[in-house]
Design a protein around this ligand. Structure first.
Ligand SMILES: *Cc1c(COP(=O)(O)O)cnc(C)c1O
Length: 575
């Protein structure tokens, strides 16, 4: 039975209504699906594809009753976790149109408008962010050999750029030795990122089979040129080849900014280096001139990427990536390099050469609607609001001396904690999340467990933040009341402690024993804001303390016996 589009006219409108009602009434829901346990869904749905067609209403009823209870409401006013994800409706219009048209844009010929609009939107965005002119396409800058493409995620963009850098480095090392296989050069390739960089850099290095050198940032968690240069010099002295550096503008844990000017100057000294800048969250902020001081040094960069879903309200996926030299970039992926050269002369490079996928959606339509329906002014006032909301939350936290802020609150993210041991902060976060009153995620900042508060929702306002802060304070009262009993404390029913599994789930931490931890062949070095933080199990520490105590006692007993023997039979016990 072919589906008829007259039906879509009806259901499509119903779906739009459903989405509008969802957004409008979201605040009446609990932010997080606290009642569902892993495996909740399968028992509720059929085991197989239904034999006969079902009605829209039946399908939506099941969605509402069975699936919706397991949904995390990322745009709920009490959601402050990760980096909030955009769902501004202009981007939804673009998504819908893209799916409806269903054109697949792997080459210019397969859908000319798809290839061209993508380039134009990336030019618009590059200009709005005040990026260097070498990132513009030929139609905006006739001298340019650079340009951009949309990738599915920042991780994809970072992987692709590292892959290209690797191909370029190997080509150089290889010279005319065509008979030698590229893989021979892998063991000598090294890339660099700060310990605050995103785990996608670690993943990219792992998939590219290259060494990742982690650089310690300064006291503001900014990667600096001298630390990078020392590491590079050490590697060169060992006979290795540094080939790729990633700097971050707006790190995931705490939105810190690396020093591009210093790093760029180092990269310039070593021409084998490809300099990538990860601006997944923070890059969007250059829409406003007052944030542009953080992008000083961008003129040294070979590639850059930013996620409009993180700080420009746009529905995922739509990572904007720019490269300084399209031909060099695409060489790693093109299976028909001669054709590629010819294409580039013609001003259009087929999008299939920009990474792994052949097929592509018409994702630039999201930006097309976003840019036109907000205008630069609308987008700028959004960024300014995020900055102001972050500052507002910081101010509130600073009024309460039971708490501290652990980062420089620059762009909507505050990392705060109770002035208590990590274990207390874990339990504190777990209880808040398990209550469903607010949703937050943790990070490790300067060795301490912190709670991240991200205020990047479109409609976030002071009232909403004041409410969130009150909620946080109430949980602090409770947990601190249990730890530090004071006479003044009103008698209140003792808070039900979370069981171990819930505590781990809602504090986003995983306790492992020292023994298991040490046995891991590799331990994730970089953070991603998504993987639970590994904490060495306090129970196992206690257990090993107990063991040590028993051993000490046994040893003492042995010493005593020896001493008794030694003292002979005069009956005086050893002291
Ligand atoms: C979120 C994030 C990424 C990864 O983004 P994806 O699009 O989910 O792959 C990379 N880098 C930084 C700094 C991030 O915050």
């Amino acid at each position: 039975m072919a589906k008829n589009y007259e039906e879509f006219r009806i259901h499509g409108k119903q779906m739009v209504d459903y989405i509008c009602d969802y957004v409008k009434n979201m605040d009446k829901k609990t932010v997080a699906p606290i009642l569902v346990e892993p495996g909740f869904l399968a028992p509720q749905l059929e085991k197989e594809v239904p034999e006969l067609p079902e009605s829209y209403q039946q399908i939506m009823d099941d969605f509402e009753n069975k699936i919706m209870p397991g949904i995390m409401h990322w745009n709920h006013p009490n959601f402050y976790a990760y980096f909030g994800a955009g769902n501004a409706y202009p981007s939804l219009l673009g998504d819908m149109l893209s799916s409806g048209i269903a054109a697949i844009g792997f080459s210019w010929a397969s859908c000319p408008a798809l290839t061209e609009l993508e380039a134009i939107m990336l030019d618009w965005y590059a200009k709005a962010l005040d990026l260097p002119e070498f990132f513009l396409s030929k139609s905006s800058n006739p001298d340019s050999v650079g340009g951009g493409a949309i990738q599915a995620s920042a991780s994809d963009a970072i992987f692709a750029c590292m892959c290209s850098a690797r191909a370029r480095a190997i080509k150089k090392l290889k010279g005319d030795n065509h008979e030698i296989h590229d893989s021979v050069y892998l063991p000598q390739l090294v890339c660099y990122a700060s310990s605050e960089a995103h785990s996608s850099v670690e993943k990219a290095a792992k998939m590219n089979l290259v060494i990742l050198r982690i650089i310690e940032p300064d006291s503001h968690d900014s990667m600096r040129g001298d630390a990078l240069e020392r590491a590079i010099e050490r590697d060169i002295a060992r006979g290795l080849t540094p080939f790729f550096v990633v700097a971050t503008l707006g790190t995931t844990s705490q939105v810190a900014f690396d020093n591009l000017v210093e790093i760029g100057q180092v990269c310039k000294k070593y021409p084998s280096l490809w300099f990538h800048v990860d601006g997944a969250y923070g890059g969007n902020a250059f829409l406003v001139p007052e944030m542009r001081r953080y992008k000083a040094g961008m003129e040294f960069v070979d590639s850059f990427e930013v996620n409009p879903n993180k700080l420009m309200m746009t529905a995922f996926d739509c990572t904007c990536m720019w490269v300084k030299n399209v031909l060099t970039f695409t060489e790693a992926f093109a299976v028909d390099p001669l054709y590629l050269q010819h294409q580039h002369d013609n001003n259009v490079v087929d999008l299939r050469h920009f990474g792994t996928p052949l097929s592509r959606r018409f994702r630039s339509l999201k930006l097309y609607f976003m840019f036109r329906m907000y205008g630069l002014k609308g987008l700028q006032s959004y960024i300014r609001r995020v900055i102001a909301m972050g500052k507002h939350f910081e101010k509130l936290v600073k009024t309460d001396d039971r708490f501290e802020i652990r980062n420089d609150v620059i762009l909507g993210l505050a990392c705060f904690r109770l002035l208590q041991p990590d274990a207390v902060n874990q339990e504190f976060l777990a209880r808040m999340n398990a209550s469903g009153k607010i949703h937050l995620t943790p990070a490790k900042v300067k060795g301490k467990y912190v709670i991240r508060f991200v205020a990047n929702q479109e409609n976030c306002n002071e009232e909403q933040i004041n409410y969130a802060w009150k909620t946080i304070q109430q949980f602090a009262d409770e947990i601190l009341g249990e730890i530090v009993p004071t006479e003044k404390r009103p008698t209140r029913p003792r808070l039900k402690k979370l069981n171990r599994t819930h505590s781990q789930r809602f504090s986003f931490t995983r306790n492992v024993s020292q023994e298991i931890y040490e046995r891991q062949p590799s331990i994730q070095k970089l953070t991603d804001g998504a993987t639970p933080i590994v904490v060495i199990d306090t129970d196992s520490i206690l257990l090993s303390l107990q063991k040590a105590t028993i051993k000490n006692k046994e040893a003492q007993e042995r010493d005593k016996k020896i001493q008794i023997k030694h003292n002979g039979c005069n009956g005086i016990k050893g002291v």
